[in-house]
Design a protein around this ligand. Sequence first.
Ligand SMILES: Nc1ncnc2c1ncn2[C@@H]1O[C@H](COP(=O)(O)OP(=O)(O)OP(=O)(O)O)[C@@H](O)[C@H]1O
Length: 251
Amino acid sequence: MIQSEKAATILYVDGVSVTFDGFRALNNLSFYVEPGELRAIIGPNGAGKTTMMDIITGKTRPDSGDVLFKSEVDLTKLDEADIANLGIGRKFQKPTVFESHTVFDNLLLACSGGRGVFQALFHRLGNREKQRIEETLATIRLGDARETLAANLSHGQKQWLEIGMLLMQEPQLLLVDEPVAGMTDSETEQTAILLREIAKTRSVVVVEHDMEFVRDLDCKVTVLHEGSVLAEGRLDSVQKDPRVIEVYLGR
Ligand SMILES: Nc1ncnc2c1ncn2[C@@H]1O[C@H](COP(=O)(O)OP(=O)(O)OP(=O)(O)O)[C@@H](O)[C@H]1O
């Protein structure tokens, strides 16, 4: 990648390889995400999608290669907490919300900045915090459910709530792992709209297998296979690529 392009990336992954017990999970992986970009990552089981997320978030160290945030911060030198504090949020597949608290309090807890649960719930809310919670409730479509216990939300609503909790930390880059697995069709459609909205103010990388959903995201798609990029482009063009059909979509 030429220097001026590198300067414009929010995420720069270049020549990254990782080996587990002699098995190359990532093999000279390179891809670049621009500020404000929504990117979908697809690929067959074992292609390296989770390992790629683990590298970006500091859970796994690469054997070689560069991983830069905003063109200059070397993520391979930082631990998971430092990387989260820098503004990289990660949504795992399973929702992990506080079931015995309301939707509103879940969002409040997420922006508590290290206060304990008791202090977070009982300290006086500032106008700025209130406004951010209201904005997030609207984004995640849970305004009417603000007083509902998280335990009583549908699976899809729990996923949205967890996305909302990540948004409360104002990440500049949000990584989302298979968000629509287990969702109803209507929740899946809403999630595509929601992620597109979120990507208007930050960069979002979504790993997903559901092709209808990826189509609705209406963004550039990176196809991983055996730890490398096999193809990249609009979904229509990668779906026509014979190599992609052979290893993934045609099966
Ligand atoms: N800690 C580990 N130790 C050994 N092998 C691992 C480890 N983590 C991942 N692998 C292997 O690396 C390869 C890539 O795994 P990864 O989970 O990144 O793929 P994936 O694309 O996320 O797959 P899926 O779609 O099934 O989630 C797999 O063959 C996996 O078995």
